[in-house]
Design a protein around this ligand. Structure first.
Ligand code: FE2
Ligand code: FE2
Length: 319
């Protein structure tokens, strides 16, 4: 049984003043209680998945017109699409578990009672997301291992010593990616079951992002400069760790096994990916959850400063 052990540093804060001090967070807690759903009974699990249909939107697939994919016989192309969808959804599943663990830490680590109560509702939201994605992936194919870049980022969030790093890393960056991806998936999937799942999940993720934005807008201006700089640098580290492989420099990365299993030459595929992804025009032609969701959110909480803006530009973002 695969299990990873991490030693984390969470400073646990008791709060004995139970009155509201950040009203917007208390309001969000009320909304979260009302919008609970049940992954076992609110999803139409009796729908069959049509594995010949488009689980994920081919229009949003950057590899769609690649030679090494076009050269495949139809049957293999369909198998590849199913496995790649299961690989992608597996990353969401692992990300959901990461969010569950992180949010448990936030219950302990945030200093405000409103922040603790709200985070408690998010723990159950994330539990539901783990449940729902695991159940769906099992029907589709199988769970694939976590991508190393995603694991690096989630481990860094879990091991961060400042709660503000956890909040920016998970609630603003990772949750922003999840919310954007689920919205894109909802638009593009032809599978009614997955559509239902990502619709309900995206509603929760939108609330999770709101928590990060409300809390950090309140908190960041109060932080001492050295700590605030550490939070800014942490955001860049997290984004860079995920964006660099995503722009194709890493080639097939952890999807290698899927391609070689189907008899695709991994070297030829890697070469084509590296060549095409090098072009910014190619990269910018499709939905990009970092550009469309994460960067605007970091801007809203003023986390991109004169000091750090050049690093975002180096990664290809217009800030
Ligand atoms: Fe989630
Ligand atoms: Fe979430």
């Amino acid at each position: 049984m695969a299990i990873d052990e991490l030693i984390t540093e969470v400073k646990t804060l008791w709060k004995f003043d139970y009155g509201t001090n950040i009203k917007a967070l208390r309001d969000l807690y009320e909304v979260a209680k009302k919008e609970q759903w049940n992954a076992a009974t609110d999803i139409s699990w009796d729908f069959e998945i049509d594995k010949d249909g488009d689980i994920l939107d081919p229009e949003q697939d950057p590899l769609r017109d690649f030679d090494f994919i076009q050269a495949l016989p139809d049957e293999k192309r369909r198998q590849l699409a199913v496995r790649r969808a299961a690989w992608t959804l597996s990353q969401f599943l692992h990300g959901e578990q990461g969010a569950l663990l992180c949010c448990g830490q936030l219950v302990e680590a945030v200093p405000d009672i409103d922040g603790k109560l709200y985070a408690a509702t998010q723990v159950i939201d994330e539990a539901r997301h783990v449940e729902v994605f695991y159940r769906y992936i099992q029907r589709l194919d199988r769970v694939y291992p976590i991508d190393p870049a995603l694991q690096t980022v989630i481990n860094a969030i879990l091991q961060a010593d400042l709660w503000q790093m956890k909040c920016v890393g998970m609630q603003v960056i990772v949750e922003g990616l999840a919310m954007g991806s689920f919205k894109n998936m909802k638009k593009g999937t032809r599978d009614p079951l997955l559509k239902q799942i990502v619709e309900l999940t995206a509603q929760d993720e939108a609330r999770h992002v709101s928590y990060g934005l409300i809390y950090m807008r309140d908190e960041l201006p109060k932080m001492p400069e050295d700590e605030r700089n550490r939070v800014e640098d942490f955001a860049i580290m997290a984004i860079e760790a995920m964006v660099r492989p995503a722009v194709g420099r890493g080639g097939l990365g952890s999807q290698m096994e899927i391609y070689s299993d189907l008899g695709i030459d991994p070297e030829a595929a890697t070469k084509e990916m590296r060549e095409k992804f090098r072009s910014p025009k190619f990269r910018n032609a499709r939905p990009n959850t970092f550009r469309d969701y994460v960067i605007p959110q970091l801007t809203r909480i003023d986390l991109i400063t004169d000091r750090t803006a050049p690093k975002y530009r180096e990664l290809g973002f217009e800030v």
